[in-house]
Design a protein around this ligand. Structure first.
Ligand SMILES: [Zn+2]
Length: 235
């Protein structure tokens, strides 16, 4: 995905003022390449997987790839479930290595992950989580399993539904498990940092995404309609 990045070497030369450039980052949240002035860079982003996938889905709508948008919104929701499961496990003091082992058992089957999310959520909050309704589930299955080609309106409606599932869940998590949420964010950064090695000057950046759990902590939630407006996507 293409995102805004700052070169720390250029920023230092400019007396600490960073100038943005746009380039493509990898799936693991890392950017390795050169800034417009030719400095070698290794940049890690703190963006969570589900936030990045949501962004990719929005870009797909802008580019007219509605099928890819539905597929990426689906992936975003599934990675949010994983994030939430990590938060619940952290609440119960589950050791990170044991979590990794257990995750391996469910890692290839999203229905198992959904099951874990539903019951951990129910146990923690005393009510079932918000999930996709029947119509949106049918749309998703058509796209993922039957190769159907959704209209632009379908992709937007689906994005709105996924936005509600994720934001409602995050709101609940934040309300009582904010320490565990922060810990899960920190662990995400550590997992990215582990892959960075020491070759180039390293830096971490917070990229601006529609769903941003860090922004959300301080400034509240952006409605989906506002996200579409900001991207210039007519409803
Ligand atoms: Zn530079």
């Amino acid at each position: 995905m293409r995102i805004n990045l700052i070169c720390p070497t250029c920023a230092k030369a400019a007396g600490g003022v960073g100038t943005w450039f746009i380039d493509t980052i990898r799936a693991d949240g890392l950017y390795t390449g050169k800034c417009p002035n030719g400095h070698d860079l290794l940049i890690g982003t703190q963006t969570l997987s589900h936030e990045m996938l949501f962004e990719i889905a929005l870009n797909a709508i802008i580019d007219g790839y509605n099928r890819e948008a539905v597929s990426s919104f689906t992936a975003s929701m599934e990675r949010y479930f994983e994030f939430a499961i990590r938060v619940f496990a952290s609440k119960s003091g589950v050791n990170a290595n044991l979590f990794t082992e257990a995750w391996r058992i469910v890692s290839n089957q999203s229905e198992r992950q959904l099951g874990a999310y539903v019951f951990l959520y129910l146990t923690e909050f005393g009510m079932p989580p918000k999930l996709l309704g029947e119509k949106m589930t049918k749309l998703r299955n058509g796209v993922v399993h039957k190769g159907s080609l959704p209209e632009r309106n379908d992709a937007i409606e689906f994005g709105n539904a996924v936005h509600e599932v994720i934001q409602e869940g995050v709101r609940q998590l934040r309300s009582t498990l904010v320490d565990q949420v922060n810990k899960a964010i920190g662990e995400n950064v550590s997992r990215i940092a582990e892959k960075m090695g020491t070759t180039y000057p390293r830096s971490f950046q917070v990229t601006s995404t529609a769903l941003n759990i860090i922004d959300d902590m301080s400034t509240g939630y952006k409605p989906f309609a506002q996200i579409l407006r900001e991207r210039g996507i007519p409803m």
